[in-house]
Design a protein. Structure first.
Length: 345
């Protein structure tokens, strides 16, 4: 793979790189005026995702402003269920809506084998970005983890209580296992297609891993991720894989070891001394500034960024947030963040 010189990839492979490489989850999006203008022109969010030229442009917008070490491909985790045939749309100001999958008949209608064909425009966007990025900038592909994607598929939207997905997952483990199986298959194909199109690393977003009870954690979080990692490695043994199981606290070490990922994005709740002592010896850590601190800016942000770099910068480390950039974040705060990271000794 001809990406060995990129600082972010070197860091993800375990090298201590200075200045610390950085990128931000949701770095392309509504906090950028140029994003809002282009989305308006395209019609809506999904129109942007499926127009390779526009998706490539949106991917590059934050790189032009701030020169992050990684560009994350502009797309969404919910394109995978859409590619399997589930109806998806976005209600303005409210978020995603899907016609829910609730029973065996609904699951059997899903077509994981269709995903790579249906999502061809996404791979086209990836290959355009790979060709136009600066030499030192890496392109990151991604997918949602099966559990997180299944919460949206079963609830039919974002949720507060996750009552329906939990009822199914705990009341009918075998039936719910079929949803997970189809997602594992589709996700492996989707990530391998992104890698074939030119992405240099991939991240698996398990935003809702933290709501899974302990006795179901192996079945719903670790095992599906492990299968995806194995399915990628079989085809692309050297591609760095980043896991982001948000909010799993004491289970981070186990997730890191057992899934086989190279790098772990931790959320903002983690104690930095514990991270240095217990997670950095396992592999590369990425994170973990609170997005609300980036939104607030000022002295509090300066101090938080310095603390993260002082405590985690001693090992192989990639600076990121503990979750995505919030839409009201002032663009100057992101500029200040980039300056702090580059200036850190
Ligand atoms: O810059 C990037 O990070 C790349 C693109 C990206 C998006 N979504 C674009 C997006 C990525 C990596 C995602 C991941 C994603 N999508 C997750 C996991 C990470 C996380 O944030 O927890 C989840 C849970 C989704 C599902 C999703 N997509 C929701 C719940 C929503 C609505 C809430 C919201 O933020 O608007 C989306 C919409 C979405 N995905 C937008 C963007 C830029 C906003 C669309 C718009 O209004 O322009």
């Amino acid at each position: 793979m001809a990406n060995t010189g990129k600082p972010l990839i070197r860091a993800l492979q375990g090298e201590r790189v200075r200045p610390v490489p950085f990128w931000l989850m949701r770095q392309a999006g509504r906090y950028l005026p140029e994003y809002r203008a282009l989305r308006e022109k395209a019609g809506g969010f999904l129109d942007l995702c499926y127009a390779p030229e526009l998706a490539a442009e949106v991917t590059l917008q934050p790189i032009r402003r701030y020169g992050m070490d990684g560009a994350i491909l502009f797309a969404d985790i919910l394109l995978v269920p859409q590619g399997m045939g589930q109806k998806l749309w976005f209600e303005v100001g409210e978020g995603p809506r899907l016609t829910p999958v609730r029973n065996r008949q609904d699951v059997e209608a899903l077509r994981p084998e269709d995903v790579v064909g249906k999502l061809a425009p996404i791979y086209e966007a990836a290959s355009r970005v790979a060709k136009s990025l600066p030499e030192q900038t890496a392109l990151i592909g991604f997918a949602g983890a099966p559990w997180t994607v299944a919460t949206y598929m079963v609830e039919g939207s974002s949720s507060r209580e996750y009552a329906k997905v939990k009822e199914w997952a705990f009341g009918d483990p075998a039936g719910f296992g079929l949803v997970i199986d189809r997602l594992v298959e589709a996700t492996i194909a989707h990530l391998n297609a992104q890698i074939a199109a030119g992405v240099n690393a991939v991240q698996i977003f398990d935003t809702w891993a933290g709501i899974v009870p302990e006795d179901a954690f192996d079945r719903l979080v670790i095992a599906p991720t492990q299968r995806i990692v194995a399915g990628i490695r079989k085809v692309h043994p050297d591609i760095p894989i980043i896991g982001f199981p948000r909010g799993i606290g004491a289970n981070y070490p186990r997730y890191f070891r057992e899934t086989g990922i190279n790098a772990l994005n931790i959320d903002s709740s983690m104690d930095l001394d514990v991270v240095a002592k217990e997670l950095q010896p396992i592999g590369v850590v990425q994170g973990n500034l609170d997005p609300n601190v980036l939104l607030a800016g000022g002295v509090a942000m300066d101090q938080a960024v310095t603390a993260i770099l002082d405590k985690l910068g001693k090992g192989p480390f990639v600076f990121n947030l503990g979750h995505g950039v919030l839409p009201p974040t002032p663009v100057e705060h992101v500029a200040r963040l980039a300056e702090l990271i580059r200036a850190h000794g």
